[in-house]
Design a protein around this ligand. Structure first.
Ligand code: MLT
Length: 277
């Protein structure tokens, strides 16, 4: 069930895991905030939320406009990835959370970098899953503009069909045929307006390469070895620049590593949390 919080004058919907352990905990739980990929929603984190380890509160907010109970996509001026970062900080403020480990998959990783730029003191640790630090190349931007055209002409369903083969690894497509319909359903919950704004946010995001050497918090990089959208060299690039980063390559897994191989992903994530916090 989705929860809601009034954050900085706008409502943010979110999912939460680890509530039972929180109720019996005598110490304040540590918090992990899970930031979702494009064009899905917080629902993609269900397999992580239920596996939140004891003493941890896992929170997965929907980015503005996304999810089955979306708040309205609002914003003044051009959509920016910084809007997502502001929402995350407002979300933490609304829940009186000073610091959290921030985990982002793909677009969620772009947003995690934006949070780091905006409020590094709020980030206790980082998980960068199937993402990249670099900005879009000129070809990448052109591809996004073409995607907006198709989106406006044929809607979110066409986008889902176009993206699904690239979101999932070849092994998953072959061995887990039930997963594509689940992801398609999550994509179809989102409006053209929300998806279009998110494309513009990604297209205009700055390069975060310079930020990598400044990261001083514990960091885990996770990537599927069949990730076609943010392939292994992108993770290698981040790993070489983030001091002391841990890296986990998940075998036979594509871009949606947390959904394709939840056990392996959770082992890497929860092992990282146990080691550093
Ligand atoms: C995502 O999974 O969030 C997107 O594929 C990222 C992107 O298009 O750059």
């Amino acid at each position: 069930m989705r929860l809601r919080v009034d954050a900085g004058g706008r409502e943010i919907t979110y999912l939460e895991g680890g509530q039972l352990t929180r109720q019996v905990a005598t110490v304040r739980p540590r918090t992990l905030v899970l930031l979702h990929a494009f064009p899905l929603s917080a629902s993609m984190w269900r397999q992580q939320l239920w596996a939140a380890p004891s003493g941890w509160r896992f929170l997965a907010p929907d980015f503005r406009g996304f999810g089955p109970e979306a708040s309205l996509e609002v914003g003044n001026g051009a959509p920016s990835i910084d809007d997502f970062a502001r929402d995350v900080v407002d979300f933490l403020n609304a829940l009186s959370i000073d610091q959290a480990v921030v985990a982002g998959l793909s677009m969620g990783g772009y947003a995690a970098f934006a949070v780091l730029r905006r409020a590094p003191e709020r980030v206790a640790g980082l998980v960068l899953a199937d993402t990249r630090a670099t900005a879009d190349s000129p070809e990448g931007r052109a591809g996004r503009l073409a995607m907006i055209e198709r989106l406006d002409q044929v809607g979110v369903a066409a986008l889902a069909e176009e993206m699904l083969p690239r979101l999932l690894g070849a092994t998953t497509r072959e061995q887990q045929p039930d997963l594509a319909p689940v992801i398609r359903r999550l994509i179809l919950e989102n409006s053209v307006q929300t998806v279009r704004a998110a494309i513009l946010r990604m297209l205009s995001r700055p390069d975060s390469t310079g930020l990598l050497r400044e990261i001083s918090c514990p960091t885990l990089i996770v990537v599927g070895d069949q990730d076609a959208l943010t392939p292994i060299p992108e993770s290698q690039f981040m790993y070489e620049r983030i001091d002391g980063a841990n890296v986990e390559v998940l075998p036979q897994v594509g871009h949606m590593s947390n959904m394709e191989q939840p056990l392996g992903f959770n082992q890497a994530l929860n092992g990282f949390l146990a080691l550093h916090f």
